[in-house]
Write a protein that binds this ligand. Sequence first.
Ligand SMILES: [Zn+2]
Length: 406
Amino acid sequence: MRKINTRSFVRATRWTPREINLQILLNLVREHEPISRAELARRMKIGRGMVTYLTAELIAQGALYEGDTVDSPRGRRPQMLYVRTHDRLVIAIDIRFSSTYIMLTDFSGNSIAMETFDTIEDLNALVPELQTRVRNLLALHGASRKCEGIGLVVPGMVDAVSGQVLNAPQLGWRNVDIKTPLEEALGLPVHVENAPIACALAKMWLGRPGATVPTDFVYVTVSDGIGAGVVVNGQVVRGQTNSAGEFGHVPLTADGPDCLCGGHGCLEVYTSNLATVCRYLGKEFSPATARALLPSSGVTIAEVVSRALAGEARAVDALQVTARHLGAGLSVIIKTLSPTQIVVGGEITEAWEQLEPTIRAEIAARALTDMAAATPIVPELASAYPRLRGGTALVSAPLFAAPKFA
Ligand SMILES: [Zn+2]
């Protein structure tokens, strides 16, 4: 049972049930579109009049629209309802150590245009660069459609209230406010979030219509670093200090290589893309040398993965070591949270057939129960741009999310 927080709550008013019904109806349309009013009345077990009233409200708000009529067996042609996503735009931005990606999408996360550039860590140069690129994207592809906001994801912890980046070790950012200058530069609302949390939100809110929405899972991102978004009972777990789920910085060994976080032997120093590429190049991993070495080596994680897929032994071996450590790390997550599934996103998932047996063997060897050993580990391919979908979800998901009561 959830305890009511008496310091932060929305008092139930005579309008509250109406708000709840609006959210239920909107989510039913999202899951079953196209759907008729009659079908909505049947699914919600309420009268047609109430459904007509609620849909009129959502159409007036711009959340729903009426599409084509369809033939029905009894000759009446009901007007079908859809969630209005196609003409509402979002700019999603994924800032990583290696590159920054910008994607213009609609509210469902469908890509309209994308571009990428080398990440600029200095905010004074980064904000004007983003401003120019976002304006150009909207001028070229936005047409008359309205951009409703910017969803920006970073590899690090973010304060849920202020949007301030508390610590992004990969970027060397501590207590950095990118939200305010970007909002001022573009005149659009900017939502900033930790990348794996944003990926988890996209998993919940931008999934295929009709697909089962997971409510207890962990989303692990394998990128320049390792992050995790933890979802329990359909809510992201942030902890008291917005730093819950930092499994990338759980130490696997007490005296392993130095990590950017200041610790040693973290999961991240064995399994990040930087670590995998270093291993492939036959170099010892160290955060300082990796950051200097990788751009000059010209070898990317995508190349290591494609060489492994082509059967190159050195690339296969490099990925196998990553898989072993990743299995150990996922086993920590299973023991701590016992989630219904773990989603793994990142470039290495393109070689999932090679990685999975090793990851599963590591988990099985360390599992405390048979059921824990069988926890589903689900890859999400990098080609689906999960982090950019996460950025989109930051803007569009609040449309569908349940009203807040406690
Ligand atoms: Zn660390």
